[in-house]
Design a protein around this ligand. Structure first.
Ligand code: C2O
Ligand code: CU
Length: 630
């Protein structure tokens, strides 16, 4: 009798029901871990996630303790209602909240959670309508245990990703109560009577090589900005892109913090249809470049970069002066130069002095492999690195010049009589063998070249096999007050990686001092301090580490002090398992990024800030702020 009533009103448990309850419980756990993020976004959203987690937990318990047909059908309907809400919020958006009717981004937790809920609903419905068949316990175990383990693993992945979400609005420099502070907005160029050079850069979509490129003024690279030392640049960024954007002036010494162009730190990203004026004095001659610093990995890859050349006040000393930007082509693999994937021709006459200003804007692969261009056909001097002159540079035979992304090298040579000179690019490492073979076979399939002057260009059977330039033993020693110390502050910068959760997903997390951005503790400095950075690369990748707003003096590589000229960089290429010591004078107040210029690494966490005590920012980064610096 009793059994009959049970059969009529209740449901026998069986493994399918247990698994369904486990899935609902997994979804509840993920909902719970997502509460803080949604609470920050909009309190009612946070409350909704609490309610979802609580009711799913209650349901899972009841379904196991006292399953009935009604309960199971109710549970299936409830879970499907949550899924429906998800689909709406991810496609057309919900009418309430900070951004009504704006679809939310889909993350790993959403996918896992929705998947568990859909499958659970199906299982619950089946179980409500059909009693389980009797099966041998071993069969049950074989069928159930792997699924249970999978559900547990998915729950761990979904909730781990939800905990390590990109913050909704992270402020890298919040004010401290009771402490005097300056906002980054006030850190602009003081007025002056320098000659003003005005430019307008219109960020817009342009069709290039069959691709919808994102460009400055319709070209990739953007227009070369060439000014004279002491000029005041006034650059208007007009945004006609479908997304918000900024301009960062990479490497410009003493750039005021408010002009640094980092979305979420020094400014709000410029929205489509809006514009912004950047203004700064080009105090030091040299080779620099500019690029977007909003969603940088994407925007730079799509074409938003260009060269900035500051000529000395006395005029360019060489007869020919060319900026040569190495970059990824818009379509296909390889390296293009100034927009050309083939052989770029530059005029020069025999006897002319020629300066080539190389800029490496090539987006490298996961290993961050640097480019290594080499000049063939005449000896040359490396006169500047990252726009800063070297002391007493000697003539070199053909040597490959390793360039991490973001770095610049200035070469000077005298044009020989009777034949041309050619710049070919190789990679320092990795693709070397393939590159050598390709050259040996008479093809230049991957890399654009530059041929300077008339006549036949020199050929080299194996450019990728040529020796590699060493910046730690080149030129003549000279005093360097920054390198001499003593240092007021010494900070480690340990670069590492591990698979894990970051930014709401599972990735190869790239850390500095054990943390991934934005959780990496800032290095706090005071104006006037001499700061020493001890950079340790624990990975097998290359990390060109770029410091905004300052010039680093190289002290040592692998503990071995510099042998030749002082070397001043804004981007130091830290090779696999290398250690570098650098120092800088904290003479430019602000909140300044220090990050790997392999933008993939930066977006996976390898970025931090150097904060001047007392400087704050009103801007935030994260999913709710519209600012994504990397
Ligand atoms: Cu060239 Cu922070 O970048
Ligand atoms: Cu890196």
């Amino acid at each position: 009798m009793l059994t009959d009533t049970r059969q009529a009103r209740g449901v026998r448990r069986g493994p399918m029901l247990i698994l369904a309850a486990l899935m609902v419980q997994g979804a509840a756990v993920i909902h719970l871990t997502a509460v803080p993020m949604h609470w920050e976004e909009y309190v009612p959203f946070g409350l909704f996630f609490v309610a979802a987690a609580v009711s799913q937990t209650a349901f899972a318990a009841a379904a196991v303790a006292a399953p009935s047909r009604r309960l199971l059908l109710l549970g299936a309907a409830g879970n499907l209602a949550i899924v429906w809400l998800y689909v709406v919020s991810r496609t057309i958006g919900v009418p309430v909240g900070p951004r009504p009717w704006a679809p939310e981004a889909v993350g790993l937790p959403d996918v896992v959670c929705t998947g568990l809920e859909v499958i659970a609903s199906i299982l619950l419905t089946v179980r409500a309508l059909r009693p389980p068949r009797r099966r041998h316990p071993v069969t049950i175990a074989v069928a159930t245990v792997p699924v249970a383990i999978l559900v547990a693993a998915l729950t761990t992945a979904g909730s781990g990703a939800a905990i390590e979400h990109m913050p909704y609005a992270f402020n890298p420099g919040p004010p401290t109560a009771g402490r005097p502070s300056t906002t980054v907005d006030l850190l602009t160029s003081p007025p002056g009577d320098q000659p003003v050079r005005s430019f307008t850069l219109t960020a817009r979509v342009a069709r290039i090589d069959g691709q919808a490129a994102w460009t400055y003024d319709g070209t990739v690279p953007g227009p070369e900005l060439r000014v004279t030392q002491g000029d005041r640049l006034r650059v208007t960024l007009v945004n006609h892109l479908p997304v918000s954007t900024t301009i960062h002036w990479h490497g410009v010494p003493d750039l005021p913090n408010a002009e640094d162009g980092v979305a979420g730190i020094t400014q709000q990203a410029v929205a489509p249809g809006h514009s912004m004026v950047y203004e700064f004095v080009a105090a030091e001659p040299g080779t620099y470049w500019y690029h977007s610093h909003q969603d940088t990995g994407t925007q730079l890859s799509r074409g938003l970069f260009g060269a900035l050349v500051v000529e000395p006040r006395s005029g360019a000393p060489e007869a020919r002066d060319y900026a040569v930007v190495l970059h990824s082509p818009l379509a296909g693999a390889g390296v293009a130069i100034n927009g050309s994937a083939g052989d770029l021709r530059l005029p020069a006459d025999p006897g002319d002095t020629v300066r080539l200003r190389l800029v490496n804007a090539v987006v490298p692969g996961m290993d961050g492999t640097p480019e290594a261009p080499v000049l063939l056909g005449t000896p040359y001097r490396v006169v500047a690195l990252d726009g800063r002159d070297l002391h007493g540079p000697q003539e070199l035979g053909p040597e490959r010049l390793p360039m991490g992304m973001g770095q610049r090298v200035d070469l000077v040579f005298t044009m020989p009589a009777g034949h041309a000179v050619r710049l070919v690019d190789t990679e320092e490492h990795g693709a070397t063998t393939a590159v050598s073979q390709a050259f040996a076979a008479g093809q230049h399939p991957r890399f654009g070249t530059v041929t300077i002057g008339a006549g036949t260009a020199p050929s080299e059977r194996d450019p990728a096999g040529l020796p590699v330039f060493d910046l730690t033993a080149y030129g003549m020693p000279a005093p360097d007050p920054v390198a001499a110390g003593p240092f007021d502050l010494s900070a480690p910068v340990v670069l590492s990686e591990h698979p894990g959760f970051h930014d709401g997903t599972i990735q190869l997390v790239h850390t500095i001092n054990g943390q991934a951005a934005p959780a990496v503790p800032a290095i706090t400095v005071r104006e006037g301090q001499l700061v020493h950075l001890h950079i340790v690369n624990e990975t097998g990748e290359y990390h060109p580490m770029h410091l905004h707003g300052h010039t680093m003096s190289v002290l040592a590589r692998a503990g071995r002090p510099l042998q030749g000229s002082p070397v001043h960089l804004d981007t130091v290429l830290v090779g696999p398992h290398e250690t570098w010591d650098v120092a800088f004078l904290a003479d430019n107040p602000g909140i300044w990024m220090l990050h790997c210029h392999v933008l993939l690494h930066a977006s996976m966490g390898m970025m931090m800030t150097i904060d001047y005590a007392g400087v704050t920012t009103p801007y935030t980064m994260g999913s709710g702020s519209g600012n994504v610096p990397e």
